[in-house]
Design a protein around this ligand. Structure first.
Ligand SMILES: NC(=O)c1ccc[n+]([C@@H]2O[C@H](COP(=O)([O-])OP(=O)(O)OC[C@H]3O[C@@H](n4cnc5c(N)ncnc54)[C@H](O)[C@@H]3O)[C@@H](O)[C@H]2O)c1
Ligand SMILES: [Fe+2]
Length: 404
């Protein structure tokens, strides 16, 4: 009962978040798209006159040879480059601190992130640490950066998080096993390259999970209560592209058309949620990611249909899910809304099956359900304009449904 009152207080306080979400301008990165876009971006970085670039990446990508062409392209144009490959999935405070030390040691005048959401988020935080002189913990929360960032560039190697276009960066507290978020419009990179070549080697299970993360961004932002003027276009375009291209990208990693469409979909879903926010799926997924290390996209993919089952009878969510069903060709606008909304949820389950996402959260333990539900309800009711209120009891019931 006391906890429900706390959630009510969060919902009340959120009213004051609404004006901020309208008036704070969010920049957009200059974007290069297509095969060779990554090299074009490197050429442009050199033309900007930047001299000391720190490439932030991870050991897997360096070993796969994904980073080398960008390093070589910069060096060939007279740029001094250092490569920091120390980022691990869901970077923790100490990982970010080592990245900060690498940037300082190189006296970097700019940062180029080559990697998935973990790498791009890490580059954002490292950059903010360099310019603000603050440690990670002091940057967590909203609008804490205050100083102009070093020019930041991003080449996403997964098509999922949309981090190349968002105001957010996730940093994991390794002691409390909690994922915290740094939010500031200054984190949006100056430029990004959506280059299908760099996602070519992504294995099917990572392609599937990260692609479902992008779908979750689009669906959660589109069903939320505070859409922006552009949300409908960005979210619906992303959903259409994901349904049409994710199975192809998973079945044939070399299908560069599908890969490019997934990068664009992820970018558009990022544009959508950076203004209209995410919802319960992310709130649950952040907690199971922090607790058990469940990859972000995988957690979202599994949870998405369960959350949609809960939301689908709320008038706003029903309307939007029905529109999405029509957009993906699963029905026509004249049909009853409830039937269309249900069909969209069924299609999400079907897409999960098609790309090999399991139905249940294997890592979730029955005894942890109260803690997961509690953390998720605080995050959702405090931060996201969700279309229907979920009680603590309903959150626990939903999680019981996800038990393997
Ligand atoms: N900033 C945001 O707006 C935002 C949004 C959603 C998620 N996130 C965060 O992003 C992180 C997840 O990022 P992600 O889903 O992109 O995964 P990731 O960056 O954690 O990468 C997952 C794995 O895929 C590998 N990988 C990446 N690209 C590859 C490629 N082309 N070929 C082969 N292997 C490749 C990586 O080496 C890594 O082992 C989470 O921490 C999540 O919380 C941030
Ligand atoms: Fe996400």
């Amino acid at each position: 009962m006391l906890f429900e009152l706390r959630l009510l207080a969060y919902r009340f306080l959120k009213i004051f978040q609404w004006p901020t979400s309208r008036v704070v301008p969010i920049p957009r990165p200059t974007t290069f798209v297509g095969p060779d876009a990554a090299l074009e971006l490197c050429e442009t970085i050199a033309q900007f006159g930047l001299k000391r670039v720190l490439i932030v990446s991870d050991a897997v990508l360096v070993k796969l040879g994904v980073v080398e062409p960008m390093r070589a392209a910069l060096v060939a144009r007279g740029v001094e480059v250092a490569v920091h490959d120390g980022i691990t999935p869901d970077p923790t405070y100490d990982v970010l601190q080592r990245g900060f030390e690498a940037a300082t040691a190189h006296r970097a005048d700019s940062i180029l992130a080559v990697g998935g959401g973990s790498v791009i988020d890490a580059a954002k935080v490292i950059d903010a640490m360099v310019v603000s002189g603050k440690g990670v913990q002091k940057l967590i929360g909203m609008l804490k950066v205050r100083k102009p960032m070093l020019p930041l560039f991003a080449i996403p190697t997964t098509a999922g998080t949309g981090s190349e276009v968002t105001v957010a960066a996730v940093a994991t507290d390794p002691v409390k096993h909690v994922k915290n978020v740094v939010i500031d419009p200054k984190l949006v990179p100056a430029a990004a390259a959506l280059d299908p070549e760099v996602t070519r080697g992504m294995p099917p299970h990572i392609t599937a999970a990260t692609g479902m993360d992008a779908l979750t961004h689009a669906v959660e932002s589109y069903t939320n209560r505070w859409p922006h003027a552009e949300t409908a276009f960005h979210a619906v375009a992303a959903v259409r592209m994901i349904f049409a291209n994710l199975p192809r990208a998973c079945a044939d990693g070399g299908d560069l058309k599908a890969r490019e469409a997934m990068l664009l979909a992820s970018f558009y879903a990022g544009l959508s949620f950076t203004k209209a926010y995410v919802g319960y799926v992310h709130a649950f997924s952040h907690k199971v990611g922090g607790m058990y290390g469940v990859p972000h996209g995988l957690g979202n993919a599994i949870l998405l249909p369960y959350v949609l089952d809960f939301l689908k009878d709320a008038p706003l969510a029903e309307q939007r899910l029905a529109e999405l069903a029509v957009a993906i060709g699963a029905g026509n606008a004249g049909e009853p809304r409830a039937a269309l909304a249900q069909r969209f949820v069924d299609r999400v389950r079907e897409l999960n099956r098609l790309v090999g996402i399991p139905e249940k959260l294997q890592q979730l333990k029955q005894t942890d359900i109260p803690e997961v539900a509690r953390a998720a309800m605080i995050e959702a009711h405090r931060d996201y304009p969700v279309p229907k209120n979920m009680s603590y009891a309903q959150a626990q019931a939903l999680l019981r449904g996800c038990l393997a």
